[in-house]
Write a protein that binds this ligand. Sequence first.
Ligand code: MEV
Length: 438
Amino acid sequence: MNKAISGFSKLSKEEKITWIANQYFSTPTEAITLLKNYWNSDEKIQKLHDEFIENTITNFYIPLGVAPNFLINGKYSTIPMAIEESSVVAAAAKAAKFWSTRGGFKATVINTEKIGQVHFIYKGDVSKLNLFFAQHKSKFFSETESITTNMQKRGGGILDIILKDKTDLLPNYFQLHATFETKDSMGANFINSCLEQFSKTLKEEAHSYDLFTETEKEIEVIMSILSNYVPNCIVRAEVSCPIEELEEKHITNPLEFAEKFVQAVQIAEVEPYRAVTHNKGIMNGVDAVVLATGNDFRAVEAGIHAYASRNGKYSSLSHAKIENGIFTFWLEIPLALGTVGGLTSLHPLVKLSLEMLEKPSAKELMQFVAVAGLAQNFAALRSLTTTGIQEGHMKMHLNNIINQFEATDEERVLIQKYFKKNTVSHSAVVTFIENLRK
Ligand code: MEV
């Protein structure tokens, strides 16, 4: 059967669902019922979600959990996390509790500069292009005034624009490389609008620049777009305490624990295979808060991993040391986040998450996100260097296995009781359930 269709986006939601159900499902009515079961009963909320993207057919749930007891810069917060992986929220909550009695987390925003570029081709005398840019630089600012006025009122705007010669990388390739301060907004629309105006100004002014030859006048703009790599938009999160204070149930020898922990971090610093998984653990915390607060986790992911490779080799985002009997564990990550604009005032659960965080500024949100990443990394490394990861992970995963087998309430109680004392594995749970049902 030909499953291609033209004009799909113009169909109504009902029509889209019916078409899909009939094309792809052996029992179309069941598929339709399932899709509709995930619609919100409040039509206004559903309409809002329908309009976030094109061709919405239903909602896709991811749990929103919370990790309480985060003591950050002397203040307690409860952090909302949207994530499907069973052990992440539990690990964050555990790490938060652990550090709350050991001085808490310290978080600092180091800088907040965003970047955007106009990529263009210029075929001609480079010294003339440099002169042209020097003579017209102020025009790029003045011609974007209508876009920048509001941002300037909020204390932001265009910080600088420089001309970059990239001809060593590609023939005739140049850039206008601009830096921005976007205050509490992530700034993507603001930056891209400025860049598109720069591009217009560049082409128009070049056209009427007397010193250029006819060829030089024909500057070709390839594209104008922000960069998700923001190495000057950095937040640092840190925990530290005297080594002896690390002692707790699973840490009976704190010095041994601290040394092993530091070695685990050093391995991630030198070994990319480990660094990727190590950083993935950090991203468990980072992405969950970024998603819950309506920010763009793909942008954050791309930027952070580029930062992890900034010295030419993929490496750990976090670091640890022992100095004068003090254990210190920290990370620094680039984060371009917003607490105004985008989804922040549209998605009801994003609004709720931001209210739970007591309406943070973008800088404060950067701190929450970095702390969640560090907490997650601490929890993972603590498990990995002590009990191993599977104990905690499988305990949390037990519910998923129970649900997979559609256990009754009585079976659930018996399974949970048995696996409190016995090692959880998929096959052990299956055998236990099968025995129960014999
Ligand atoms: C699992 O989601 C994350 C970990 O693999 C991270 C790590 O190994 O550090 C546990």
